[in-house]
Design a binder for this molecule. Structure first.
Ligand SMILES: Cc1cc2nc3c(=O)[nH]c(=O)nc-3n(C[C@H](O)[C@H](O)[C@H](O)COP(=O)(O)OP(=O)(O)OC[C@H]3O[C@@H](n4cnc5c(N)ncnc54)[C@H](O)[C@@H]3O)c2cc1C
Length: 376
């Protein structure tokens, strides 16, 4: 008999949520994490992750984010902590850009309310913004951010309370199918489980050959600048934003946890990396990428750099997720390749992964994320 009903590799954003759902369904589960919970070496740190209905990535993410919101609020009640901060969200870009139009399309298709604001209107309403006149904005009042470290700890704690076992400082070195179960070898031990779930973030390619060529880690950098007028950059007065500009695609958050305006550029310097050897220092050229943009679009926030962090995206070729049961290996399922926009969904991804481990299928629509789509 296998020792566990399911083992989850990686207790980060997706893994902590998967453990939570499996444990609450009464399964005997073990989560294996190579570092601590939480930690700053993966993809889920930096105090805030945007959550929004304006999903220009694809309209079929909208039902998932609806369920994600429900599950975040359920977890907030279970652990008696705030996990979601509502600020409103702005998606902005030239009116003919796919980024801007896609945000509108996803709302229209799913009857999500929003407002269109030109640059004068957006700058007047949110005076921390100073967008130029070729930029249009979609404002959606329900957007905001989730607190990633708190979400991970909350899921892990509630999973433990429901009976899950979690080991930290334990690295999975390999796994193999043995008859109906899976044998999992770590730096400490060999375990067996009826089902294996791999939620290893930037390390997924090292553990699952099926995603190795398609889930590529990329170095990212986050910066927190001191605003000249901090009162304009509070969660009450400053909606989270994503913007498509000639300088690239940037996103930002109000002051929260760090007394500074948080800013990042998607794909930063386009550096593909190995997560075990990535340069984790923030260099002057990294700061320059963030400062140049801030000075132009948010000049009242372009003061001292108060904090800085590196982080990792795990990109797929079409920037959609990879989720499913491995073809021909029904004992193993994987969730990987979140391409810089996965955290908001972590609560529902855990539910999906628990469905796949328990039943091999889920009622959520995950067709967009098929593991075999690049091979077909
Ligand atoms: C800078 C930045 C900004 C982002 N902004 C947003 C945003 O605003 N909104 C949004 O929705 N998403 C955002 N994302 C994306 C989102 O954060 C990620 O999609 C999400 O955190 C991925 O979660 P994960 O569980 O796959 O990875 P992680 O949380 O990194 O978890 C993977 C875990 O697996 C562990 N692990 C790996 N290999 C092993 C092994 N062999 N043995 C044991 N443990 C192992 C790792 O240590 C790690 O803890 C952003 C990402 C970055 C980097």
């Amino acid at each position: 008999m296998p020792g566990y009903d399911a083992i989850v590799i990686g207790v980060g954003g997706m893994g902590s949520s998967t453990l939570y759902h499996l444990a609450r369904r009464g399964l005997k589960v073990l989560g294996l994490e190579q570092f601590e919970i939480p930690h700053e070496l993966g993809s889920s740190h930096g105090y805030s992750r945007m959550i929004r209905y304006t999903l220009q990535e694809h309209p079929s993410y909208v039902p998932l984010v609806k369920r994600a919101y429900e599950l975040w609020h359920e977890l907030e009640q279970n652990i008696n902590e705030t996990l979601v901060v509502t600020t409103g969200s702005v998606r902005a870009g030239p009116p003919d850009s796919d980024f801007y139009r896609g945000a509108i399309e996803s709302c229209d298709l799913h009857q999500i309310p929003y407002e269109i604001l030109n640059n004068t209107e957006v700058n007047r309403r949110f005076p921390g913004y100073q967008f130029p006149d070729d930029i249009s904005s979609v404002y959606q009042p329900d957007g905001g951010f989730v607190l990633p470290e708190m979400c991970i700890v909350g899921h892990a704690q509630a999973a433990e309370e429901a009976g899950a076992t979690i080991h930290t400082g334990e690295t999975v070195l390999g796994w193999e199918i043995q008859n109906d179960s899976v044998s999992i070898r770590t730096n400490h031990e060999v375990y067996s489980a009826a089902r294996l779930v791999v939620t290893a973030g930037a390390w997924a390619a090292k553990l699952v050959p099926n995603v190795a060529t398609y889930a590529i880690p990329e170095r990212q950098v986050l910066g927190w600048f001191q605003p000249e007028r901090p009162e304009l950059f509070t969660p009450e007065r400053f909606p989270v934003f994503g913007i498509w500009t000639e300088e690239g695609r940037y996103y930002g958050f109000p002051n929260y946890s760090v007394p500074g305006f948080k800013i990042g550029k998607s794909h930063h310097l386009f550096q593909k990396v190995d997560p075990d050897t990535m340069d984790r220092e923030v260099r002057p050229e990294d700061e320059e990428v963030l400062r140049r943009f801030t000075s132009r679009y948010f000049p009242l926030a372009a003061g001292e750099l108060l904090d800085r962090k590196t982080c990792i995206y795990t990109n797929t070729p079409d920037e959609q997720f990879m989720i499913g049961v491995l073809p021909g290996q029904p004992q193993v399922s994987v969730a990987a390749g979140f391409s810089g926009h996965g955290f908001k969904f972590a609560s529902v991804i855990g539910e999906i992964m628990a469905d796949l481990a328990q039943n091999g299928v889920t009622s959520h629509d995950i067709e967009l994320f098929r593991l075999d789509r690049f091979d077909r």
